[in-house]
Ligand binder design. Structure first.
Ligand code: DGY
Length: 429
């Protein structure tokens, strides 16, 4: 397909998945508004409909809870094609939402949206929209620092694999053993009626996901209790790097809006993370890895999230050289970067969710970080591979790093958005 056809197809996917003010990741598999999906989707809309891009984020924040928490799913309308739906979560909120969050990419996206709006004749309108969004973004980041960083290390503790966005990464296997699944009961999955079970998490993994939903629900989604007692508590390297990056972007927005006190508060979180994030460095495998808070054990898995240190703005000559070494080693083993699990790992599976496939949104973050770190060569490898995957196979949820086969849902919103915003490099019209 030519580039202009791909541009048209990508736009068409976003328009077709638009449900009026918010976009579903994929109409069949994921029929609601997802938190980090929406943020990435806004980057795509921004290339052809600026107003719609901002609306996507504004709609998401309409579901923010009073304590600043921003849910991972907003159930604006029920849909029987998805499990676990609103009745299972039972958060008793209006709108109904899930009770867990997702990687905080929104502030970084809003900064991008603002930078593209700032030079236009409509800047006055968008600065008002930015002013309205800023306190909501800040409240969400405060929530993370209040509830999800118990040891004040500037890291993010995830209480559900779905919060990390990397649902069934092997990083959650050992910590997941602590989850009692004996009371989960019978349920019918819907994901495997839309997609080949070979691409999806196993029954045991799903039992664990549901046990954690049931645990949260039993606390009435009391985030303080969940943070203290949840059977799964893992310092996620992905969310930790993403929050550090998002705090840098939020601090830049605070400066832009002249919010000095808020800027100082955000910078204190950045300092904390710069001092504390080293706890996630695994000296044995020489890589960034997640760490189980309950056992203190590092996962030891090299995943695509391990490469987000550059995106977080961290710089350390030895660690960076080690990560570049891993990059080059992996680049020699696959046709398409960046696999979600090191292909040298015996558990690598090229199409199973988060155990091998490539995600365009993760590539966008890795590529952006590498560019910013001055590593144009590796950044270009990541961007070029992302572009090739889409050119050869269309806009899938994920792709095999070995042969490019699509994995998961097709006509996927955030993949189309990453084409428009980054991989395909469409010019603003
Ligand atoms: C799912 O249902 O697979 C989602 O990833 C949960 O967020």
């Amino acid at each position: 397909m030519t580039k202009s056809n791909l541009n048209a197809t990508a736009r068409h996917i976003l328009e077709a998945n638009d449900r009026g003010g918010y976009t579903v990741p994929n109409g069949r598999v994921y029929p609601f508004q997802w938190n980090w999906d929406s943020a990435f989707v806004a980057l795509g809309f921004d290339r052809f409909d600026r107003n719609r891009a901002w609306t996507e984020i504004e709609t998401l924040f309409r579901a923010q809870w009073d304590d600043g928490f921003l849910p991972h799913i907003v159930f604006w309308k029920d849909d029987p094609g998805y499990f676990p739906g609103p009745a299972v979560w039972g958060t008793a909120k209006n709108p109904v939402t899930s009770g867990i969050t997702q990687p905080p990419v929104a502030a970084s996206v809003v900064r991008k949206l603002w930078e593209s709006a700032r030079e236009t004749p409509d800047a006055g309108t968008y600065v008002q929209r930015l002013q309205a969004l800023f306190p909501k973004l800040l409240a969400w980041h405060r929530w993370f620092h209040q509830y999800r960083d118990p040891d004040r290390r500037g890291i993010v503790v995830a209480v559900h694999p779905w919060e990390t966005g990397r649902d069934n990464s092997p990083e959650w296997d050992a910590p997941g053993e602590a989850i009692d699944v004996s009371g989960v009961g019978d349920y019918v999955r819907r994901d495997t009626s839309h997609l080949d079970a070979k691409m999806r998490p196993t029954k045991l993994e799903y039992d664990r996901y549901l046990a954690l939903v049931q645990f949260g629900r039993a606390t009435h989604w009391d985030h303080a209790r969940i943070a203290a007692e949840n059977p799964f508590r893992v310092a996620d390297v992905g969310m930790s790097m993403i929050l550090l990056r998002a705090n840098r972007d939020l601090a830049a927005l605070a400066d832009e809006l002249g919010k000095t006190d808020e800027g100082a508060e955000i910078r204190s979180w950045i300092d904390l993370a710069e001092r504390g994030v080293g706890w996630l460095w695994n000296g044995e495998v020489q890589a960034w890895c997640s760490r189980d808070l309950q056992t203190g054990r590092s996962s030891g898995f090299i995943t695509s999230a391990s490469f987000l240190g550059f995106y977080a703005g961290l710089s350390d000559a030895k660690r960076d050289a080690a990560m570049r070494g891993h990059f080059d080693r992996i680049a020699g083993m696959v046709d398409f970067m960046m696999p979600s699990l090191d292909p040298a790992d015996p558990g690598f599976q090229m199409i199973r969710y988060w155990r091998g496939p490539v995600w365009a949104v993760v590539n966008y973050m890795i590529g952006t970080g590498l560019y910013e770190a001055g590593d144009a060569m590796r950044a270009e490898r990541v961007r070029g591979d992302t572009l090739a995957l889409m050119e050869q196979n269309g806009f899938y949820e994920a792709y095999s790093p070995i042969d490019g086969t699509g994995s998961g849902g097709d006509d996927f919103s955030w993949t189309a958005a990453i084409w428009l915003a980054w991989a395909g490099g469409e010019q603003r019209t």
